[in-house]
Design a binder for this molecule. Structure first.
Ligand code: GNR
Ligand code: NI
Length: 173
């Protein structure tokens, strides 16, 4: 297994729309295993393929306390079961260090394929519902900062751009 590099806002590659997965094969499973390893290493509760510059509709999630229940969703489709907004403080491995309140439907259903390419359906509430919607947004080129004010988003963009410049300078010094 190997760790993958996580793209950071405002990288334009985070805006690409991911394509449907046509075949669930060993190569795809290897990428998914690397995504799981990368998610654990980064201490995230989810990771979408877009974040590691793989533009296929798939994501991994682990919302368990023990960090021992990785879930894989390939070609996920979300259906809202209860549109009542649930506000949650969101963060993102692609927007490191920033947290903002985002409201999303509180209960959803996900139809997806598992690692064997078998279709399954799952209902989600609470943090799992928040996380799945956050990850599927990534596959559509959307980030949680798109839900906050333009001013806040611009501030986050400037701060991250400055950090990226400083890292580049430090690396070449
Ligand atoms: O690790 C993560 N935590 C988190 C917290 C609140 C709402 C969403 C998330 S997802 C995030 C990992 C990530 O960036 N996934 O795309
Ligand atoms: Ni994210």
């Amino acid at each position: 297994m190997s760790l993958l590099t996580i793209l950071e806002f405002p990288d334009p590659r985070l805006r690409k729309k991911a394509a449907l997965v046509q075949t669930v094969d060993d190569a795809l499973r290897e990428t998914l295993d690397n995504m799981i390893e990368t998610m654990y290493e980064a201490e995230g509760i989810g990771l979408a393929a877009t974040q590691v510059d793989v533009h296929k509709r798939m994501l991994v999630i682990d919302v368990s306390e023990e960090r021992n229940n990785p879930q894989i969703f390939i070609n996920p489709e979300i259906t809202v079961l209860d549109p009542e907004p649930l506000g949650h403080e969101e963060g993102c491995l692609s927007v490191p260090g920033f947290y903002e309140l985002v409201s999303r439907p509180c209960k959803v259903k996900i139809n997806a394929l598992d690692r064997d390419g078998e279709a399954f359906e799952q209902e989600a509430e609470g943090i799992l519902a928040v996380c799945i919607q956050h990850e599927v947004d990534h596959l559509d080129g959307k980030l949680f900062v798109d839900y906050i004010s333009t001013l806040k988003r611009q501030r986050i963009k400037s701060k991250l751009e400055k950090e990226h410049r400083q890292h580049k300078t430090a690396a070449s010094a």
